[in-house]
Write a protein that binds this ligand. Structure first.
Ligand code: GUN
Length: 569
């Protein structure tokens, strides 16, 4: 139901199937209040919305809406034929103390009105709740989630993760919810933190949930609607956002930007393409009638939000999400603090860092060398007699000056082509496959084949057999059959290996990809884009290829491709 297409950090571009079409993630679901439409659904779509969220409790409570939704479905009621998510009344219970509807009743109602993704009536645990009360509330949420999962039928279900500010409860909640038959996991109870700009606590919560949650399901950050937060939340692996903020901020004459919020009264200039394109000046907007002004500001807020969502998507595609988050962290001191908090999770985050990305790194600030990729690379870099100082990675062997991800800075080494020798080849193999393996894999009798046209290193033969090829743009070696056999011989199970079931190994022998579901074990030191061996539990080598996910994603029951097989044995 949810397929991850591209990754960067823990961030992902995914596709969530629903009966009313695919939701491409990450995305924002604007809140639609059927009682009070600040923007029409057509306008929401013009701003970039591809799916909406509305509140099934508010519909249920109002007789007129209840009847119409029962007759025409929620899609008919909102006049929207694309995906709709509904919330359950939890937020109203938090705001007003209680709701009149029963947990089972609201699930039945959401099924009846044909929502694409319904929500259980979770118990909103406010941040200041003490441990024992938060635990009791979590037990109630858990009980209701089990019942809702039994009742959901064809409807996809949001199983909300609560637990307040108690990380052991958040972790427990994520583990429990992963075992149930639900489809999307919202992280709940975080609105009061976002309102108070307590972004460090948000980082702790999201990270503790994500570290314990099944990876195959999308994660929704309930109530997150400020563009300032999208890059950070996406980097931690949040796929969906929802908010009424675009309208609420507008009603209060506040404008949202990826770099913060401004009161209309405090704006002297028009730092917004969407508003500038209306042809109106800031003073003309200030003087408008209330209704017209709120409408125009709501549009600005939503256009800005979707523009930032697209910026995040672009960053994931090109592998620059860390840079974007670092840049945005300079916009508010509490975002800076949140980055500091995130750095405490560097060891875990480094498990997701790919060993190859399409674009070069930019050094954004003096904190850039704290990025997880630096942490990872510094563990892998072999000792060398010939080093240079790299702005991100520090002292680095010259042999890696053309190897990804070290060689990514523009005009690095003045753009010159490095001359290869055996020592340098050994160091690159050590870097890619593990220290000490270069000499073992190459053996004594090697021959380097250079391109006649460009003079660049192409292939390496050992005893007359082709073992490795160099990817010219990446400066990294790919395994050939004889190279895979040698790597297998020189390493012990499960090093450099992805272990698969005997039955599916037959497909991999034919060159077909490995899927996460059929992986029994994986070397935890491998990283996305690493070359790897595919073996059975008896360590029979069946194929080799490139790992496409993080080993911890496989452990957390990700679905889809695990390894793109280069060749079967
Ligand atoms: N909307 C904002 N926060 C929450 C939450 O914790 N639970 C639900 N169901 N809806 C929300």
């Amino acid at each position: 139901m949810f397929e991850v297409k591209y990754r960067d950090g823990m961030g992902r571009l995914g596709e969530l199937q629903t009966p009313h079409g695919v939701i491409e993630t990450p995305t924002l679901l604007p809140v639609v209040n059927p009682k009070k439409l600040t923007l029409s659904v057509n306008e929401l779509e013009e701003c970039g919305a591809t799916s909406l969220i509305t509140n099934s409790y508010l519909i249920w409570k109002e007789e007129e809406f209840r009847e119409r939704a029962t007759k025409e479905g929620v899609h008919g009621l909102l006049d929207w034929d694309k995906p709709i998510m509904t919330d359950s009344g939890t937020f109203q219970a938090y705001m007003y103390g209680e709701v009149e509807v029963l947990p089972e009743e609201i699930i039945e109602f959401q099924k009846k009105i044909g929502t694409d993704i319904g929500t259980m009536l979770d118990v909103f645990t406010i941040p200041k709740t003490n441990f024992s009360d938060a635990e009791k509330e979590l037990e109630e949420t858990d009980k209701r989630m089990k019942v809702a999962a039994e009742m959901k039928g064809e409807m996809a279900l949001n199983g909300t993760i609560q637990g307040g500010l108690h990380m052991d409860l958040r972790s427990r909640a994520a583990k429990m919810a992963s075992e149930l038959d639900v489809d999307v996991h919202p992280i709940g109870g975080v609105v009061p933190l976002m309102e108070k700009y307590e972004f460090s606590s948000l980082v702790d919560i999201v990270m503790n949930v994500k570290m314990n949650l099944i990876a195959a399901r999308p994660v929704h950050l309930f109530g997150c609607g400020h563009p300032m937060l999208f890059p950070l939340a996406a980097l931690m692996g949040c796929d969906l956002f929802d908010s009424a903020s675009y309208a609420k901020f507008a009603a209060d004459d506040r404008l949202m930007f990826p770099w913060g919020t401004r009161k209309l009264a405090d704006l002297y200039e028009m730092p917004s393409c969407s508003l500038a394109s209306t042809g109106l000046t800031i003073n003309e907007i200030k003087k408008m009638e209330d209704k017209e002004r709120v409408h125009i500001l709501a549009k600005h807020n939503l256009l800005t939000s979707f523009s930032e969502i697209r910026r995040v998507k672009q960053a994931i595609r090109e592998g620059s999400l860390w840079e974007l988050v670092e840049l945005r962290s300079h916009c508010h001191p509490n975002l800076m603090k949140a980055m500091e908090k995130l750095r405490e999770y560097r060891e875990y985050l480094s498990k997701y860092e790919p060993m190859f990305r399409k674009r070069g790194f930019s050094v954004v600030s003096e904190k850039s060398p704290d990025r997880p990729i630096v942490h990872l690379i510094s563990k892998r870099i072999p000792k060398s007699d010939e080093c240079f100082v790299h702005p991100l990675f520090g002292s680095t062997p010259r042999s890696l000056s053309q190897t990804q991800p070290v060689a990514q800075l523009p005009n690095f080494e003045g753009g010159r082509t490095m001359e290869w020798n055996e020592e340098r080849i050994v160091e690159v193999i050590d870097f890619q496959f593990g220290k000490g393996l270069g000499k073992k894999i190459l053996g004594r009798n090697i021959e380097c084949i250079f391109s006649e046209k460009t003079g660049r290193l192409r292939n390496i033969n050992r005893n007359g057999r082709h073992i490795l090829s160099l990817r010219p743009r990446e400066g990294r070696f790919t395994l050939k059959k004889e190279g895979a056999i040698e790597l297998h011989k020189q390493t012990k199970y499960p090093s450099n290996r992805v272990v698969v079931e005997e039955e599916t190994a037959e497909f991999n022998k034919e060159g077909k990809s490995v899927f996460c579901q059929f992986v029994l074990d994986v070397d935890k030191d491998l990283r996305p884009m690493d070359e790897c061996l595919i073996v059975t539990e008896k360590d029979e080598l069946v194929a080799f290829g490139q790992l496409r996910v993080s080993p911890c994603e496989i452990e957390q029951k990700q679905r889809g491709y695990a390894v793109r097989v280069s060749e079967g044995m």
